[in-house]
Design a binder for this molecule. Structure first.
Ligand SMILES: C[S@@+](CC[C@H](N)C(=O)[O-])C[C@H]1O[C@@H](n2cnc3c(N)ncnc32)[C@H](O)[C@@H]1O
Length: 227
């Protein structure tokens, strides 16, 4: 998986790259690279944004700046780049990221993530350069960097070898293995704590019953009201 993140703040990803599953994915041949819009702006003084036509608060990331950065990276018109590569604009109003979408993205050979800042992108970026618009939830962050990390985190942990042997992304909350339901509860030692005991079945050593109990719990969590 080759991921390019377009951002004004590539340094924000330093911590993220050190996370074990990300480092594992990178060591196994994936890549995570950054393009700073400001490094390629055709405007003077490193300008990347401008005030909105029609007035209003905030600044808008310019379409010519985004195009220049994409051309510098790919050597082609970003309009046609969409035929060969998934280009994702991170935006609060986009398709909300879920496990199905993560599976879809993890199956791609390469992704481009466009992070916005300020008031967001000039609409022509979304219309003409992006194949997808993805939101990590119905709230507004100050910038797309955290959203890009969320997408990369969820995608990388789906890749073979990213998780340690003791972990698996196959049977987790919302996975096909659990029919899209939340995962069942986990417990560890001590078996008894302040009168809170671990369900008997988990101590029984009876694998078929444990499996059945876990699936029941998972199904129940899909329908029960949240605390
Ligand atoms: C302050 S936000 C812009 C919000 C925009 N004015 C709006 O109301 O939809 C700046 C940038 O942060 C990113 N962003 C903020 N919230 C996000 C979310 N929930 N999902 C994905 N990206 C988000 C986007 O890249 C966006 O362009």
């Amino acid at each position: 998986m080759q991921i390019d993140v377009f951002t004004l703040f590539p340094e924000a990803f330093a911590w993220f790259e050190r996370q074990r599953h990300v480092a594992n994915a990178l060591a196994a041949g994936s890549s995570l690279e950054y393009v700073n819009y400001r490094d390629h702006t055709p405007l003077t003084g490193g300008q990347v944004d401008d005030s909105p036509f029609g007035g209003g608060a905030g600044m808008v990331l310019r379409v010519d700046v985004v195009e220049a950065a994409m051309r510098a990276r790919y050597g082609e018109d970003p309009v046609s780049l969409r035929d060969s590569r998934r280009v994702i604009a991170l935006t609060p109003g986009g398709r909300v990221l879920d496990d199905r979408l993560v599976d879809e993205l993890a199956a791609e050979p390469a992704l481009t993530l466009l992070s916005g800042r300020y008031e967001g992108f000039d609409e022509r970026v979304l219309q003409n350069f992006a194949t997808d618009r993805i939101s990590i939830g119905r709230y507004v962050l100050a910038g797309g960097e955290l959203a890009a990390m969320v997408v990369c985190d969820a995608v990388f942990r789906k890749l073979p070898g990213a998780l340690g042997d003791e972990e698996s992304a196959v049977e987790e909350s919302f996975s096909a293995a659990l029919d899209g339901a939340p995962e069942y509860p986990h417990y560890t030692r001590p078996a008894e704590y302040r009168g809170w005991s671990v369900p008997e079945v988990l101590l029984s050593g009876h694998h078929a019953r444990i499996r059945e109990w876990r699936l029941e719990q998972s199904r129940a969590r899909a329908t029960e009201p949240l605390p």
